[in-house]
Design a protein around this ligand. Structure first.
Ligand SMILES: C[S@@+](CC[C@H](N)C(=O)[O-])C[C@H]1O[C@@H](n2cnc3c(N)ncnc32)[C@H](O)[C@@H]1O
Length: 335
């Protein structure tokens, strides 16, 4: 367990969370065994993230005021690197609840992935000249179904309306920014959908962001504001079931989009999905086009630190790689 915790501490240090890196280093040397009391022998990545996430949720719910004083997300007044003694106390006091939380799959919805999405939608708008029906599979809370309401800053200036969500350094190079972009439908699915307007779901999403990654936390909170005024629906369904009966619609471009979710699909479901998309594509016409837009690893069946923006647009359906970026989406470098 000690080795596993130290390895994850190194990962957190590399990915920009000095606070979690320090907590996990201290956890690895925990002489009182508070961590062992929660994790037992289960020091795998998912469980450690589950432990950190459940503690973070307890902090956000105001049930650990001593520890909250170290959490930037809860308005820290003390140095986050000094959180360990208060963190250990919370592990002991809430051990049963944290053990239960380990079974919950971490749930994230990364707003930075709006950068590849908006660029891809612009490519579809330019090619078709039509408004867009946006369908997202693995949408989580559906925050990116509102991506056209975010403001994206890039080397040449800014794209998008004034918005609480401002994505800095969103694009290197440009997608076709002059194409007219109008989203007329926003519908998604997820096996564990969250309602972005509910305080409980918001705490759950925040709890899986590392508390000292303030830019991500700000993006997420700003996206909750946009979600409160721009309606979008996320239904509870597996991706392949959701796309059953997918058909083109005259007068609109039907876009099926997904980001960082393909690796969670079984081989069967992935194959069914591709068949559905091919069938809908075969029925597409110039007035009723269909697009498959994705931001996934080069080998989509595996999570990867670098992901590519890929588009298939029917009639035709040839796959084109439009750009690439880090898995959190910022910045996207357009080809
Ligand atoms: C890492 S999250 C990414 C969420 C969102 N696409 C984003 O980029 O922020 C993966 C999402 O896929 C969902 N998911 C996993 N398997 C699924 C399936 N078979 N059908 C639909 N959604 C699924 C999970 O519940 C989770 O919300």
């Amino acid at each position: 367990m000690r080795e596993a915790l130290l390895a994850q501490a190194r990962g957190c240090a590399k990915l920009g969370s000095p606070m979690y890196a320090e907590l996990l280093r201290r956890a690895a040397d925990d002489p009182g065994g508070a961590v062992a009391g929660v994790l037992g022998e289960r020091a795998k990545t998912g469980f450690v993230l589950g432990m950190l996430g459940t503690v973070h949720r307890i902090v956000l719910e105001g049930r650990a005021p001593e520890l909250a004083a170290y959490y930037p997300t809860a308005g820290a007044t003390r140095d986050p690197l000094g959180a360990w003694p208060a963190f250990r106390d919370v592990l002991v006091e809430h051990a049963a609840e944290i053990r239960e939380g380990l079974a919950d799959p971490p749930q994230t919805n990364e707003v930075g992935r709006a950068a590849p999405l908006v660029g891809g939608l612009l490519a579809v708008a330019e090619a078709t000249g039509l408004p867009i029906r946006l369908l997202e599979i693995g949408a989580s809370a559906g925050l990116n179904l509102r991506a056209d309401h975010f403001r994206l800053l890039h080397e040449g200036g800014a794209y998008g309306p004034e918005s609480p969500v401002v994505l800095h350094d969103a694009w290197r190079g440009l997608p076709p920014v002059d194409a007219p972009l109008a989203v007329v439908e926003r519908l998604g699915c997820d096996t564990g959908p969250l309602d972005a307007t509910s305080p409980e779901a918001r705490r759950r999403l925040l709890s899986y962001v590392w508390p000292d990654q303030t830019a991500r936390v700000e993006r997420l909170r700003a996206a909750f504001e946009v979600a409160a005024r721009v309606p979008a629906t996320v239904v509870r369904a597996g991706a392949a079931d959701f796309l059953d009966g997918l058909a083109p619609e005259p007068g609109a471009a039907t876009v099926v989009w997904h980001s960082t979710m393909w690796a969670y699909l079984s081989e069967d479901e992935a194959a069914r999905l591709l068949r559905r998309l091919d069938e809908a594509g075969a029925a597409a016409t110039g007035e009723a086009p269909v697009a498959h837009l994705s931001f996934e690893g080069r080998d989509a069946s595996r999570l990867d630190a670098v992901q590519v923006v890929a588009l298939r647009l029917w009639p035709g359906g040839e796959r084109v790689v439009l750009g690439e970026g880090p898995s959190h989406g910022l910045p996207v470098t357009w080809s």
